[in-house]
Design a protein. Structure first.
Length: 288
């Protein structure tokens, strides 16, 4: 308890320095939280599109069922297919009717004979879309092939770019926060230099001297993490109705409360680590 009371006394005696330390930690964990939300959300969007049929192949009207079955077997045994679904003419008509149920004129003009049968295919890997499409285009019973390579590839590229930018920014802010914390705690230690020397003369160990400053660093880090997480979470909850409307059909909102609490726990661990490192570096040169 003595270490905690000493740390709290140091904090109260220099409120402006404590405010500056908490502010830089808040900024760091605000960025950590926002980029975590963006990265997880974009990854879920990519997974959503990857789970949908990425290649649609429409058959010619006179395509024999035996040839369609043979093509399905060829694709299924290629090792590149995650799922393949055959949509018959009758099923295509049912889908068409459901999509246009509010327009009777369109329903009267279309019959099952007009709509082609098709395959809806999902690939295991994005890079397999092109060879799957080529195989389908070469088939004499296929009239048209449509696939979402550009959409999924663009989303994947954006996710990778966000990941790299986020990691670089988080690392940079973490280094800046450690540097500022070292400076702030170093100033405090310099004011207590004589007290530290006296404590060493009367037999105080290095860790006895070090602990109050380490606790102080942990306090700054964890308070900053809680504030940064709270601001980002409140912003996310406030924006949830808009995001639900914007991302209609993509199940990533709302974010489960357990996931938010897990993020807070991880940020508190990182905050404690940054606080320990900062305090340890600041006090190190005075204990040589």
């Amino acid at each position: 308890m003595k270490f905690f009371s000493t740390a709290w006394r140091n904090i109260r005696r220099s409120p402006y320095q404590a405010f500056a330390a908490i502010l830089i930690m808040t900024l760091t964990f605000l960025v950590v939280s926002f980029f975590t939300f963006i990265l997880v959300g974009s990854s879920k969007i990519v997974n959503f599109f990857e789970s949908k049929p990425q290649v649609t192949a429409f058959f010619k009207n006179d395509a024999p069922q035996a040839d369609i079955n043979a093509l399905e077997n060829q694709l299924s045994t290629s090792g590149k297919i995650a799922s393949i679904k055959y949509v018959s003419k009758e099923q295509a008509l049912s889908i068409y009717k459901e999509q246009n149920k509010d327009d009777p004129l369109l329903l009267d003009l279309v019959t099952a004979d007009v709509l082609p049968a098709s395959f809806e295919i999902s690939a295991i890997k994005i890079e397999d879309l092109a060879p799957i499409s080529d195989t389908l285009k070469k088939s004499p019973i296929v009239s048209e092939v449509i696939y979402q390579k550009d959409v999924v590839s663009a989303l994947t590229s954006w996710t990778n770019a966000i990941r790299k930018i986020g990691i670089a920014l988080i690392v940079l802010l973490s280094l800046v926060s450690v540097f500022i914390m070292v400076t702030i705690i170093g100033i405090k230690i310099s004011h207590k230099k004589e007290d530290i020397e006296i404590m060493k003369l009367i037999g105080a160990t290095n860790w006895y001297i070090r602990w109050p400053f380490i606790i102080e660093g942990i306090f700054y880090g964890m308070i900053g993490a809680v504030i940064g997480w709270s601001i980002s979470t409140a912003t996310l909850l406030y924006a949830t109705p808009f995001l639900e409307s914007f991302l209609k059909g993509i199940p990533i909102i709302p974010v489960p409360a357990m996931d938010l609490l897990m993020l807070l726990g991880l940020e508190l661990l990182l905050a404690a680590l940054l606080g320990i490192i900062s305090s340890f570096l600041a006090v190190l040169r005075y204990l040589k």
